[in-house]
Design a protein around this ligand. Structure first.
Ligand code: FAD
Length: 431
């Protein structure tokens, strides 16, 4: 007897969505459609290296259609989710309506500005490939303006780079920028003799690398301080306008560059019951990742809030490993559903967390231990190489790393698109 083929629609091809797809690949019982607003998968942990012109964006991104070649039951649909119509079992995207038997929401998160409109308008975020390229262009263009600036206030603004958010991304980008100031500042900008770039890392909490161990937090603070990064803790950002960052303690910092890595909020999904939306706009799911008050809608990865795991009663941390493991398990559970077998509940296996601070310096927290330094740095590089899509990308990334770390002088510092302020036309910046 011919089996009814289930239509699985997955919205969001990040870690969670792509790992789910791997599980369902070439299983004739499923016709899978991935919907994503971009036509590529990318690797967020290395965005900071793109934004600092250390590696190319193509090293950490990969087109979905290339990824799905020879996967007979997988289709790609470019489009942005507008709404879920759960009564009709359809979703509406800006490029069409798609029917489903099973719907999986894996849209991840977006930058959270905590309601600060000026910060949203004027700061530089670090969430997407577009953000990283925009930040790269901005930082390079900023230096060109700094070279030509004569006004004292303008000069100060160009020479102060403020990073809000002392989590792994903030620490990583601060360390990388500080090293670049030392290694290439004088070589690339010989005109600048009277000033040095100030890198100021700000966090509202009492320590850097909040969720990591005390040892990791102290190591990050020590290494960054030695590199000349100014660290301000217990200091929330309150506003950013007219080229000045206003801090909670009343202090203002003149700057043309506020890099915002302070927080995320789950992407909004319209059409779900209000009771299904929890803290941080995350979608509330049960132990099988089924969305509250639905039967055939699931949410996995950063976008979901699952409180059934006994070790994570407040929900899981929004990390790649959680997304990967949830994608894997949902794939197995969808197969069990069509086989009428009992489902397996999700339990997160914490494999540890790590952050790179500078060249040859990283910290690694394991469930039962901590290590740092050169070996931790090597482990960080290796672990971040494994999930990069395709052998070619792994190879070119390794080559770029080798060249960049060996010379301290990668050659990617190209200003590709001149800046455009949100809502404004492109300005002729250098005339
Ligand atoms: C800069 C940065 C550094 C990070 N570093 C680390 C790290 O070192 N270690 C770690 O464990 N975690 C890290 N994370 C977190 C990690 O990237 C996330 O936990 C992980 O990506 C979550 O996977 P996901 O599949 O849920 O969402 P994502 O990977 O964010 O994927 C979401 C997908 O949904 C798509 N999408 C979004 N909105 C729509 C829409 N409306 N319609 C259609 N498609 C849409 C996006 O294009 C994307 O492809 C970092 C995150 C960032 C931003």
């Amino acid at each position: 007897m011919e089996q009814y083929i289930k239509k699985v629609v997955i919205v969001g091809g990040g870690f969670a969505g792509v790992n789910l797809i791997k599980k369902l690949t070439n299983d004739p019982r499923f016709q899978v459609t991935l919907v994503d607003k971009n036509n590529y998968h990318f690797f967020p942990p290395l965005l900071y290296q793109v934004s600092t012109a250390f590696i190319e964006n193509s090293n950490i991104s990969y087109p979905f259609r290339r990824m799905f070649q020879h996967r007979r039951n997988i289709r790609f649909h470019i489009g942005s989710l507008i709404k879920v119509n759960s009564e009709e079992n359809t979703i509406e995207t800006d490029t069409g309506i798609l029917p489903y038997d099973y719907l999986v929401l894996s849209l991840g998160t977006e930058t959270n500005y905590f309601g600060m409109e000026n910060v949203k308008q004027n700061a530089l975020s670090m969430k997407t490939i577009r953000d990283a390229l925009k930040l790269r262009d901005h930082l390079l263009l900023n230096m060109e303006k700094a070279v030509r600036a004569v006004n004292k206030f303008e000069k100060t603004k160009y020479f102060n780079i403020v990073i809000a958010g002392g989590g792994p991304t903030g620490v990583e980008i601060a360390g990388m920028l500080a090293e670049m100031v030392h290694s290439i500042g004088a070589k690339d900008y010989p005109e600048i003799t009277d000033r040095k770039v100030n890198i100021i890392l700000i966090d509202a909490s009492p320590s850097l690398l909040g969720p990591m161990s005390k040892k990791s937090q102290e190591e990050a603070a020590n290494v960054l301080t030695k590199l000349g990064v100014q660290i301000k803790l217990n200091t929330p950002v309150k506003d950013y306008k007219d080229g000045k960052v206003l801090l909670g303690n009343g202090e203002t910092i003149p700057t043309n560059s506020l890099i915002w890595t302070s927080g995320v909020i789950a992407c909004e999904v319209k059409g779900l019951a209000p009771e299904a939306i929890g803290r941080g706009r995350r979608i509330i799911v049960d132990e099988y990742n089924t969305v509250h008050s639905t039967q055939n809608v699931f949410a996995i990865g950063d976008i979901c809030l699952q409180t059934s795991d006994e070790h994570y009663p407040g929900g899981h941390p929004q990390l790649a490993q959680v997304a990967i493991q949830q994608g894997d398990l949902l794939g197995e559970n969808l197969k069990k559903m069509v086989e009428n077998k009992p489902l397996r509940a999700f339990h997160y296996k914490n494999k540890g967390s790590m952050a790179i601070i500078a060249k040859y310096k990283a910290v690694v927290d394991l469930p039962k231990g901590f290590f740092k330094g050169f070996f931790a740095w090597l482990v960080w590089l290796f672990i971040h190489l494994i999930p990069i899509a395709s052998f070619r990308n792994k190879f070119t990334l390794m080559f770029n790393w080798f060249f960049a770390f060996a010379t301290n002088d990668p050659t990617l510092r190209l200003i590709i698109s001149k800046e455009k302020k949100k809502g404004e036309e492109v300005k002729k910046e250098l005339t």
